[in-house]
Design a protein around this ligand. Structure first.
Ligand code: MSP
Length: 679
């Protein structure tokens, strides 16, 4: 049975991609995961039993190489980075029900079962593959040797191995039919069109095992093969629920939540999720996920934020300075979901101050403070509503369904714009009513009645905003809920009390808690503080690399380092000192002159596992065009620095010749692989 049952309104299963552990988490990863968390929270608030899964993708050649470059075993390396993801998700208040690591036994067992089922059903056969492979994307590329990867532009490697193949070609027609009958399966439309065009251009069978490295899950019964990392990774969505387990509780969870309602993914991995994954599931006789929804990229300096480009910002930095909610709010408000969106510190601080500190935060603290000042913190009985109160009530009541349907349609930015329209309306109402000022000629008693009416109406409207905003800014809305004397908001959501948010639930006699700071205004130095945190982190990352190299050199050559410690030489360096310098082979992909500089060239180089920008003072001696494709030696762990406004991430090694110090680039007579380390 491969047809997904019609959507189940009582249960909901949402997943993030599982993140590679070759690099630490950054804002791009946080974005996808925060979106899933907001959706999961809103489903739970509607009383829907929800399962939210995330995790880490730990096998494959890319991780094996990254670990070896860091001088650590893949097991150790993966555990450390996976731990960072897990800790960050807690820090950002993410409510995932499970966190799967592909190195766990439960996952290995499930993947091996899936492989065996596909083989038993006749969809896997043995053959041999000679062709190109992109290690960075873990993608087979149909192109001649030396071609760049069509997705990331890195040079592909030639692989020639005995492999197991999956009969992907057999699913071409069935997949196209499925997309036709289920237009909601791939979202948004642009991704659906791309995927359909890809499948229409013809599907070849897919190699699903590798024999040239060991870091993966062995093929059951033929252990010299490891299962292709994408088959391994995609299966996490079912193994985490219990696929492959004999335990009845796991089997029940799998039956309960599979198929997934939403696989939320970045747009660059649509093919894996919309072609390979449904084909594997069809072949295994399992139901297909109800939808694969692709988000756009978070850009920084106009490029996709990514470790290989070197333009990442860490989520911790924003959380340290402005709080986790500020980050959550900003990402959902600023980016039109499905499209690419820019991250800038300036826009972040502007939104924070405008919408959160001066907007919602200031509104709440004014109302809570006045409730304490005028009514000792207890909600008074208010007389009949006037015109202004009725207008605010109508505004709130019309915002509720609009906000909810925009949220449901994943138009988070518009949904928040709608909700903050209500924040502005409450603000306007309060300013016009000015309950802190007794108009001339009004009796004390009438003034007190007016104060009671205005403050209870404003507090009620704040209650509505707070309940609706909980999935997006859970920490601060929970504080507000407590200040309004309503108790624990997360518990209220869990107990289904936010299922219907209707006007008029704040009861007289409710005791407000003391006001507590929500969003302290970000001062001028906030951006500088964030930039400093980022710089410090970059430096400590470089130091960590050197440290690892130092440790590993000491381990591999303990005698030398012991001797060096006993008799330090002034003018000579020890092997440990040398090991601190990471010299690597890189290939020049792009070379161009830096405007207004006669000395500098801007180079983009490929290190095998990442791309870098390096500025080199060689423009007077080398024509940029002639450098493209050339292999050079670089110092890879040099702290980044800026020249002419451009960041240089490393240094090219060259001999310095003659009195002028003319540079001659270091190179090799034999062919050397890109990324190789010089020791
Ligand atoms: N491990 C695979 C996914 C396997 S899923 C079975 C992978 N990992 S990844 O770490 O490279 O990227 C995973 C996801 O992180 C992306 O699909 C995307 O959702 C998110 N993002 C990483 N960088 C991003 C941005 N700059 N912007 C938005 N999302 C980004 O691919």
């Amino acid at each position: 049975m491969t047809e997904a049952p019609a959507s189940n309104s009582e249960r909901f299963y949402i997943t993030t991609p599982i993140y590679y552990v070759n690099a630490r988490p950054h804002l791009g990863h946080a974005y996808s995961t925060i979106v899933c968390d907001a959706i999961a929270r809103s489903k739970r608030a509607q009383g829907v039993e929800t399962w939210f899964l995330t995790g880490t993708d730990e096998h494959g050649q890319k991780i094996e190489r990254s670990a070896s470059l860091a001088g650590r075993s893949p097991t150790e390396f993966a555990a450390a980075i996976s731990g960072e993801f897990r800790a960050l998700w807690q820090r950002l208040n993410l409510t995932n029900n499970d966190f799967i690591r592909t190195t766990e036994d439960r996952h290995k067992r499930g993947v091996q079962k899936l492989f065996a089922v596909l083989r038993d059903r006749g969809f896997i056969y043995k053959g041999s593959y000679t062709g190109q492979y992109c290690v960075s994307d873990e993608l087979y590329v149909d192109a001649p040797p030396g071609s760049p990867c069509p997705d990331c532009g890195r040079i592909t490697e030639t692989v020639s191995e005995e492999n197991y193949f999956f009969k992907l070609s057999a699913f071409e027609r069935r997949l196209l039919e499925y997309y036709e009958v289920h237009p909601e399966f791939i979202q948004p439309e642009a991704r659906r069109n791309e995927v359909i065009a890809f499948v229409r251009s013809g599907l070849k069978d897919l190699s699903v095992s590798r024999t040239s490295f060991r870091w993966g899950i062995p093929v059951p019964g033929d252990e010299k093969h490891v299962i292709y990392v994408w088959m391994d990774a995609l299966a996490n969505y079912i193994t985490a629920l219990g696929y492959g387990s004999d335990d009845p509780a796991d089997q029940q969870r799998f039956r309960r939540f599979w198929p997934a309602d939403i696989h939320l993914i970045g747009k660059e991995i649509s093919r894996f999720h919309c072609v390979y994954w449904p084909a594997f599931l069809m072949a295994a006789g399992l139901p297909l996920p109800r939808s694969v929804v692709a988000n756009g990229w978070l850009l920084f300096d106009k490029n996709k934020m990514s470790k290989s480009i070197g333009n990442i910002v860490r989520a911790e930095t924003v959380a340290d300075v402005l709080g986790a909610d500020a980050l959550r709010y900003f990402l959902l408000r600023e980016i039109s979901f499905g499209q690419d969106g820019n991250f800038t510190f300036e826009a972040l601080v502007q939104r924070y101050n405008g919408d959160l500190a001066n907007g919602y935060g200031n509104l709440v603290s004014r109302v809570v403070a006045m409730m304490h000042r005028y009514f000792g913190g207890t909600v008074p009985k208010a007389g009949g509503a006037g015109e202004a109160e009725r207008a605010l009530q109508i505004a709130a009541e019309s915002v509720i369904p609009v906000y909810q349907s925009q949220f449901e349609a994943r138009d988070f930015s518009r949904a928040l714009e709608t909700l903050w329209g209500l924040v502005a309306a409450i603000d306007g109402y309060l300013t016009a009513a000015a309950p802190w000022k007794k108009p001339d000629g009004r009796s004390e008693e009438d003034h007190r009645c007016a104060q009671a009416r205005v403050l209870t109406t404003a507090a009620e409207a704040i209650r509505v905003v707070t309940a609706l905003a909980w999935p997006i800014i859970p920490e601060s809305t929970a504080k507000v809920w407590r200040q309004l004397g309503l108790g624990d908001l997360a518990q209220a959501a869990q107990a289904g009390k936010l299922k219907t948010i209707a006007w008029g639930s704040l009861q007289p006699g409710t005791a407000f808690a003391e006001p507590a700071a929500l969003f302290p205004r970000a001062e001028k130095d906030a951006i500088e503080r964030m930039l400093n945190l980022e710089n410090q982190n970059n430096l400590s990352a470089v130091a960590a690399v050197s440290q690892t190299a130092e440790e590993s050199a000491a381990v591999s050559n303990p005698q030398v380092s012991a001797e060096a410690a006993a008799a330090p030489e002034k003018t000579k360096i020890t092997i440990d000192d040398f090991a601190k310098v990471e010299l690597r082979v890189a290939q020049v992909l792009v070379a161009e002159r830096v405007p207004k500089s006669d000395k500098l060239l801007r180079l983009e180089v490929d290190l095998g596992d990442e791309k870098r920008q390096i500025l080199a003072g060689i423009a007077q001696h080398y024509e940029p065009e002639k450098l493209i494709g050339r292999k050079v030696v670089i110092v890879a762990n040099l702290a980044p620095r800026k020249m002419r406004g451009l960041e240089s991430n490393g240094m090219i090694v060259a001999a310095s010749i003659g009195d002028e110090g003319a540079p001659v680039l270091a190179g090799f007579l034999e062919d050397v692989p890109v990324g190789a380390r010089l020791k």
